[in-house]
Design a protein around this ligand. Structure first.
Ligand code: GLN
Ligand code: ZN
Length: 813
């Protein structure tokens, strides 16, 4: 048992008068510096808050605004009301420093780009204001939007700022000043939150870098863009241009009544070069030396701090927010300058939904107390990544619900821990008791632990992860499913038509019964099969009409998952997702996809692919239990999928595709953690698929481009055919696959399905000809970049017709 769960230690903290008094009477940072005379150290905060609205008010307002149904004034009124309500709630809950400027009409990185005047030239003609802001986010009539990519290893997407050689940075502080002024007027102790200068540059890309630059593309990783020598451009070299703007901003914030400012530097938790660490040191030494400024809190989250800790602690900043859920206190021990700083100890998980173990958290806080000038309790990162509140949930089993904390509940955890840390444990003793009971109950719960699953996992042998030799498989598959060279296929989903959506809504609200719904889905499947036969595709799909979402669909049919009614989390802009909650051992009560796939296969002599979502992707797009290693959970999911593959095979399905679009997404930020991740990611995929006969073909599909460091792992998945997003990266992925010795079937996407544009036969022929330079015809497949569910039926038919034409043209050469 780790010592941070030691009960005695907690009691020590609760009753340690000296410590509490030290904190209680701790004066301000002004003791040390006349620059920040009024900055009082606070005790309880969160690093950020959800912003889409408890009932997705912002989503609705944005979509109405974009549709021209409401005015700018209507939209900003919604924003104002949401900010005001959230601030008031956080204040009433007992936080003594409230983050502001965490609200955004689309994305906080875009907000920062606008604040610094980093407006790409193509938007220069658009008058500034919300119209230009949304044009940058979503594209204008003939201007492409900023590129969007994942925010570190989360499911949130940010807009990638573009910085050109001639970008003339200039400060536009209106948004943050307005948020601050609103809060000050309401009497709120507001702490503006702003993306810090180092992370801003590291997250940006040089204007004109479109991913074609090979070296840039290969090493790109969210949060590391600035490191990459995009054709020799290092954006961190622009630091000196933006630091004066940040300094001006700090002085405006101080004048506007901010005692503290939070500068977010999540990029500093990824691997950084000494030069980058030095840039961070220089930036914060500069900003903290400025005359007029609030107290500066640098916030580094999504992992442990490493080398950046001593660099930041060695400057005159006033506080450091650290992630003690994904990181440990070890890095702080090596940062001596902390003894006169406030450490905001992120002991409450900001991105997962489990209730905090109070004893464990208090143990960690005790350690931090020994290292820092003062300690405030905080969240590990912004609460942007969790739903607002558990209160409206009715669908979650009450026992499971008692183990959870969403944003509102996490705020209460912060104040509870802060009270306990500050010698006021009595006042929160009921809450502490309840929290301890919930943690104990979760550990012991029968619904979490399934002995059958445990036994199955324990009895796995090496052979369960291995198939026969690839050449033998290819020979067996060629006999069972003869195919022409360059076989044509699709990735799985066909357009989710209004009638499919209507049927699903009807099923939900009771106006359509299950039998009628199933009948509608079968009709859809029959249409999709007929269409593919008419177009002449070689390997067909059933179209996935029955799936609302490729993860939720499976989660709802497996044991070990719970679901929310209102647990929405922002994915990007107005888009929200409602991740399932994986709380217990996973198993499969019965076949999931078999009836649909068999029905589809019964309609045609051509092979129909069975279609499953892989274990890594199921984990990546759910809230996952934190009480066992992810690799163990992944194996449980893999075993459930393995059962499904065997049932599909028994039902006569000859090709089974297991999608892993999220393989790249979960890759750890630090190099040293990557091997272990790739190891369990690959082995769970293999466990899911290796039960199949040699004559059954295993396909996999990956997207979100930039495969970079996972390319070797893609080979190790050992799929017979791998389809990948490639249309935008010009087939370069094929050379990368060759470089790691990949020698099985490959389908580089020849149609960029993210755009409504229909590629011509000539274009596709051209792409295939280029692909053939890297891959022999007997290994090359012809398919789109990804599933077609967001495309319309008209463009789908046209593009697939061209795709089949092109394959035929290239075959006959
Ligand atoms: N089979 C899925 C589909 O076609 C794959 C989706 C994805 O890669 N994101 O929709
Ligand atoms: Zn895809």
């Amino acid at each position: 048992m780790p010592d941070h769960t030691d009960q005695t230690k907690t009691e020590q903290i609760n009753t340690d008068q000296t410590t509490s008094e030290q904190i209680n009477t701790d004066q301000t940072t002004s003791d040390r510096s006349s620059r920040t005379p009024s900055a009082t150290r606070f005790r309880a905060t969160v690093l950020g808050y959800p912003r889409i609205g408890p009932h997705r008010e912002l989503k609705r307002a944005l979509e109405q605004f974009w549709a021209g149904e409401i005015s700018t004034g209507d939209l900003t009124a919604v924003g104002h009301a949401l900010r005001r309500a959230d601030r008031a709630q956080l204040h009433a809950a007992g936080l003594d420093s409230i983050p502001v400027n965490t609200f955004s009409y689309y994305d906080h990185v875009l907000d920062t780009a606008v604040m610094l005047g980093a407006i790409p030239a193509r938007f220069a003609g658009t008058p500034d204001g919300l119209d230009r802001y949304f044009a940058m986010a979503r594209g204008g009539s003939d201007t492409a939007p900023l590129e969007m990519t994942k925010w570190f290893d989360t499911n949130y997407h940010y807009l990638v700022p573009e910085i050109a050689a001639d970008t003339a940075f200039a400060l536009h502080p209106e948004k943050v000043l307005e948020d601050l002024a609103e809060a000050v007027a309401d009497g709120i102790p507001a702490r503006p939150v702003i993306l810090g200068p180092v992370s801003f540059l590291l997250l940006a890309k040089p204007a004109g870098a479109d991913g074609r630059n090979r070296s840039a593309r290969r090493s790109r990783w969210p949060g590391e863009r600035g490191t990459v020598r995009h054709g020799g451009v290092r954006l961190l070299d622009r630091l000196d241009e933006i630091l004066p703007l940040y300094a001006d901003l700090l002085s405006l914030l101080a004048a506007g009544g901010a005692q503290w400012v939070q500068l977010d530097e999540p990029a500093l938790v990824a691997d950084r070069t000494p030069a980058e660490i030095d840039a961070a040191r220089r930036a914060y030494a500069d900003l903290s030396s400025r005359e007029h400024r609030p107290a500066i809190l640098a916030a580094c989250y999504f992992g442990g701090l490493g080398d950046a800790a001593p660099a930041l602690a060695g400057t005159d900043i006033d506080g450091l927010a650290v992630d003690l859920v994904e990181g440990t206190v070890d890095a702080l021990a090596g940062a001596p300058g902390l003894s006169d700083k406030l450490v905001v100890a992120g002991v409450v998980d900001g991105r997962n939904i489990w209730r905090t173990d109070p004893d464990r958290a208090l143990g960690t806080l005790a350690t931090v107390l020994g290292l820092a000038g003062a300690v405030a309790v905080g969240t590990s990162c912004s609460l942007l990544h969790v739903p607002y509140s558990l209160a409206p949930e009715t669908r979650i089993d009450p026992q499971v619900a008692s183990w959870l904390a969403f944003a509102g509940e996490k705020v209460a955890e912060v104040t509870m821990l802060s009270a306990a840390l500050n010698g006021d444990a009595d006042a929160v003793s009921d809450r502490l008791t309840a929290a301890r009971a919930a943690v104990r109950d979760r550990r012991a719960a029968r619904s979490v632990h399934d002995a059958v699953v445990g036994d199955r996992l324990a009895s796995l042998r090496d052979n369960d992860f291995r198939r026969g030799p690839a050449t033998a498989r290819a020979a067996a598959q060629a006999v069972r499913v003869p195919l022409p060279p360059l076989p044509t296929t699709t990735i799985g989903s066909f357009p989710q038509t209004p009638s499919i959506r209507r049927a699903r809504a009807g099923l939900r609200n009771g106006s359509v019964d299950q039998a009628a719904y199933d009948e509608m889905m079968r009709a859809e499947i029959a249409d999709v099969i007929a269409l593919q036969e008419e177009l002449g595709l070689d390997v067909l799909v059933h179209g996935e009409p029955e799936r609302n979402d490729m993860v939720q669909y499976f989660a709802e049919r497996l044991r070990g998952f719970a679901f929310t009614d209102h647990g929405w989390v922002q994915s990007y802009g107005s888009r929200c997702v409602r991740p399932p909650i994986l709380f217990g051992d996973v198993s499969r009560p019965g076949p999931i996809t078999v009836p649909w796939s068999s029905y589809a296969q019964s309609l045609t002599d051509k092979p129909v692919k069975g279609m499953l979502t892989g274990p890594v992707t199921i984990l990546a797009w759910s809230f996952v239990r934190d009480d066992q290693p992810l690799g163990v959970t992944a194996r449980q999911v893999a075993l459930a999928l393995r059962d499904e593959t065997l049932d599909l095979q028994a039902a006569g399905i000859r090709i089974i595709q297991v999608d892993e679009p999220a393989l790249r997404e979960l890759l750890p930020l630090r190099e040293r953690d990557r091997m272990a991740y790739l190891d369990w990611a690959v082995s769970s995929f293999r466990l899911a698929t290796a039960g199949l006969a040699d004559s059954t073909a295993v396909h996999t599909h990956l997207c979100y481009s930039e495969f970079g460091e996972v390319i070797g792992a893609i080979d190790e998945l050992d799929a017979d055919v791998t389809s990948l997003e490639a249309a935008r990266s010009h087939m370069e992925v094929l050379d990368d696959l060759n470089a790691v010795g990949y020698s099985r079937g490959v389908g580089p996407g020849v149609w960029d399905i993210h755009s409504p544009r229909v590629p011509s036969t000539a274009e596709i022929t051209d792409a295939l000809t280029r692909a053939l330079a890297a891959v022999p015809a007997d290994r090359l497949w012809v398919n789109p970049d990804c599933g077609l569910k967001t495309r319309g039926p008209v463009e789908t038919r046209a593009a697939l017709a061209n795709l089949v034409q092109a394959a035929r043209a290239v075959r006959t050469g």
